[in-house]
Design a binder for this molecule. Sequence first.
Ligand SMILES: Cc1cc2nc3c(=O)[nH]c(=O)nc-3n(C[C@H](O)[C@H](O)[C@H](O)COP(=O)(O)OP(=O)(O)OC[C@H]3O[C@@H](n4cnc5c(N)ncnc54)[C@H](O)[C@@H]3O)c2cc1C
Length: 505
Amino acid sequence: MTHDADVIVVGAGPVGLLLAAELRLAGATPLVLEKLAAPSPQHKARSVGPLAAEALVRRGLGERLAAHGGAGAADKARDHGSEKGHFSSIFKLDQALQEEPERQSVYIWQPDLEALLGAYASGLGVEVRREHTVTGLVQDADGVTVTVAVPQGEQRLRAAYAVGCDGGRSTVRRLTEFAFPGTAPIMTARRAQAEILKGAEQLPPPGRQPRGILYYGNGMLATFDFFGDAPEERDAPLTAKELQDSVRRITGVDIEVAVTGETLRFGDHARQAATYRQGRVLLAGDAAHVHSPMGGQGLNLGLMDAVNLGWKLAAEVRGDAPPGLLDSYTAERHPAGARVLHNTRAQSALLAPGPHTDALRDVFSDLMDLPEVNRHLGRMLSGLGDTYDFPYPSTHSLTGRHCPDLTIRTGEREERLSDHTREGRPVLLTPDVRPAEAWRRRVELVQIDTLAYDGLDAVLVRPDGAIAWASGAGAGAGAGVAADSDAEERADEDLETALATWFSR
Ligand SMILES: Cc1cc2nc3c(=O)[nH]c(=O)nc-3n(C[C@H](O)[C@H](O)[C@H](O)COP(=O)(O)OP(=O)(O)OC[C@H]3O[C@@H](n4cnc5c(N)ncnc54)[C@H](O)[C@@H]3O)c2cc1C
């Protein structure tokens, strides 16, 4: 059977769309299969975290992203009474206190983000086939065959690889029998646009209650319910009765509700695929990890999966990937996912009702007034502290971190890193490109005077924004510290090692 594409991407959510675009940029042909006839209108995420926002800026999407920023902040202030970030709904995370305050989340509602990514992917020539529900998948030595339910019946499509970007209840994950260990939910959240027809005057003020959490106002009603499970049929629509029952469990008050618009039900399952790759099948985004939305980390995690995987899988498809490149996807992204699961479990524990947790929250809230604690939590939720463990010695404190959108100075000219990353190629910014000349076909070599970043003279940035090599005063004990010729030679060797680890000539 001939191949219909290099890579079948299952799911046209934000992660699938960005992955397909990244594959296309790197020269592979993706085909995206999506079960829905039209993009989902559900207002799940209201922001993308700083790492994912920077990834989009690197692809030239910064202005389109920023166009949504202001409105999102206003929505947040309206819904939560604060524009600050939060840990477990303690709204005290102060952007001004963070180590790099300019690196921040960008507000954009998920349907707008999906529209933005859909337009970007289609502009690159990505094909998305809607009303294509993947129902079967088998892999062999040469490729993957997927069975797809379409309105006319059933189809079989084949590609060299398949990636499940099909969300938390991933069919690809189940069909490929990925182990998915983790913890069961301790609460069910319900949110609806709703009008309270009767009983509103008996309700306590919104917030924590002895048996859960209740929010209402501005035409919205939401509960965090620790005693009422979700229905067996998890896709069953959230009804007025289910909401009323939940409010009664939490407050003891009987109200009558009319659902007027969008409804949403979610839990705090925390599960993660044991590996993100089994042969020719891979997972990314919610398909690889599910956790509570507390702290708004899902897209930061999933979109960074997409940019980490895209260029690696494309190199594998092209046949010029260095050994082990594709497996570095799990090695780098699994720990990032595990950290998010860990902090969302902590946030769930701090949400649980009862006087002991109330006391713990008070203590925690006071701790958040300490700038160092505030920074610690900010680093944790943003992923900005994440450092990949590379298979060669680190020569600089920034190696393995994600690169901010650096300002580059050359003569009178000032540019940004993102002026050089739209094509998705790796970029070397350095005052002396000569040692890397042999890599010019594969790597964007940019001769610069200086970088506006303390302790950084030169940097090799992978297509996903990870710093593969750096030199400058921020360096550790290795190359780049001393200016003698031995040190320079060592720096050149270290650069060569980094280049050869990630790319082929
Ligand atoms: C209430 C709530 C608030 C949130 N807030 C935030 C936030 O502020 N910030 C943040 O970063 N994250 C937030 N999240 C998390 C974020 O919404 C998810 O992490 C994100 O949607 C994951 O994207 P994805 O592309 O991996 O999966 P999804 O968005 O679930 O997309 C999966 C796609 O696959 C399709 N699909 C499924 N099965 C098949 C199949 N068999 N065949 C073909 N197609 C299929 C689906 O139709 C869907 O389009 C929130 C989540 C919730 C529930």
